[in-house]
Design a protein around this ligand. Structure first.
Ligand code: ACO
Length: 335
């Protein structure tokens, strides 16, 4: 996109937050018929963090945001926009405004993006559009999910995979553009492969009967694991390759591959298909499982805090999940 208003952007800080409660594979084997060996060999997960009864998603999102704001040393009142990527909001009308109030970002517009495990990457790309058009200069993007609230804890096919958490980044306008390019895709025809559907039921009440209205509730996560696996290992490498071609970059230019932390076997297969060596693939799902929209900003923050990311490193970030949605973002690191 060429425009006289075109602006560059870069990530100036990161932050993350995880609940204290840690549930190991062994703990899960007391709840469903599974074992540490099965879970670890099929997924690479050893343990996950789950939110406690007195915490809500906004607490986690707040902690991650506050760390990013502290790391950036900026006043929350200078934020123009807050994008909260979540599929487990505590208000169907949106939770971003609760986060805006809690961090005291009184000048920021705030809205939610619901796109499951692709939510953070879609949020970051959306935020970047506001910077490119010159509308906003400082944006907080948060990925937060507490899928423990939506998992059927008697379903061993799904309950072993997910954990809770939040991660945040601050994107700021800059003269040079460090957000190099992106590729996004959606295939709604396969939405039923991974969903938390609303189920209509006949709730008997005087008003419902009179007005002929059916009301219901959301069901638990339903997933066709094998199909989601096949989707991820076929579509994500394609998306990354398209993005590299657009930017005239080769695999040798890449410093790091940061993927949505769904399953170690998915990460390994994608890296193998792209001929990216395993020491360039950043993974932390052993400790946290799949934290949905939070997984990318959490792993990005950990890599940043550990000092892995150096200025001018080229990083591929790719997300995939329910929708089905998937996407790649390629950035140059510069803080
Ligand atoms: N413990 C022990 N045995 C189990 C478990 C368990 N937790 N779960 C399933 N099994 C059994 C099955 O019943 C089956 O038994 P059977 O052969 O007697 O029928 C056997 O193990 C094999 O099951 P599969 O489903 O074939 O196992 P698979 O190798 O496909 O692994 C998994 C399952 C880990 C879910 C894999 O398919 C996967 O990772 N898929 C991708 C899922 C994913 O990443 N989802 C998140 C997407 S992101 C988002 O948007 C939220």
């Amino acid at each position: 996109m060429e425009s006289s208003m075109m602006k560059g952007a870069h990530i100036i800080a990161t932050g993350s937050a995880l609940p204290k409660k840690c549930i190991s594979n062994y703990d899960l084997s007391k709840v469903v018929d599974t074992s540490d060996e099965w879970i670890y060999t099929r997924t690479g997960i050893k343990e996950r963090r789950l939110i406690s009864e007195d915490q809500c998603i906004i607490d986690l999102a707040y902690q991650a945001s506050q760390k990013a704001l502290d790391n950036a040393k900026i006043n929350p009142q200078t934020l123009d926009l807050i994008v909260l990527a979540t599929s487990s909001q505590n208000d169907l009308f949106g939770s971003a405004s609760q986060l805006q109030a809690k961090i005291g970002a009184t000048n920021a517009v705030a809205f939610d993006i619901t796109a499951a495990c692709s939510g953070f990457i879609i949020g970051l790309i959306t935020a970047n559009q506001f910077i490119q058009t010159g509308s906003y200069k400082k944006i907080l993007i948060v990925g937060a999910d507490i899928l423990s609230q939506w998992v059927d804890w008697s379903d061993r096919n799904t309950c072993i995979l997910f954990g809770d958490g939040a991660g945040a980044v601050i994107l700021q306008a800059s003269k040079t553009n460090f957000i190099l390019g992106f590729q996004l895709d959606t295939n709604g025809l396969e939405a039923n492969k991974l969903c938390i559907s609303y189920q209509q039921e006949s709730v008997q009440s005087y008003h419902n009967n009179t007005l002929g209205i059916k009301q219901g509730q959301y069901s638990y996560i339903k997933m066709n694991g094998k199909e989601v696996y096949k989707f991820a290992v076929s579509k994500v490498p394609e998306s990354i390759k398209k993005c590299l071609i657009q930017l005239q970059l080769s695999i040798d230019d890449i410093s790091w591959l940061i993927l949505h932390q769904a399953n170690q076997r998915i990460l390994d297969t994608i890296a193998e298909k792209l001929c990216i060596p395993s020491d360039k693939v950043i993974s932390n799902l052993q400790c946290y499982g799949n934290t949905s929209a939070a997984s990318i900003p959490i792993v990005l923050d950990e890599a940043n805090q550990k000092g892995y990311l150096k200025n001018n490193d080229i990083i591929i970030i790719a997300g995939f999940g329910a929708g089905l949605t998937w996407g790649t973002l390629i950035i140059k690191w510069y803080t």
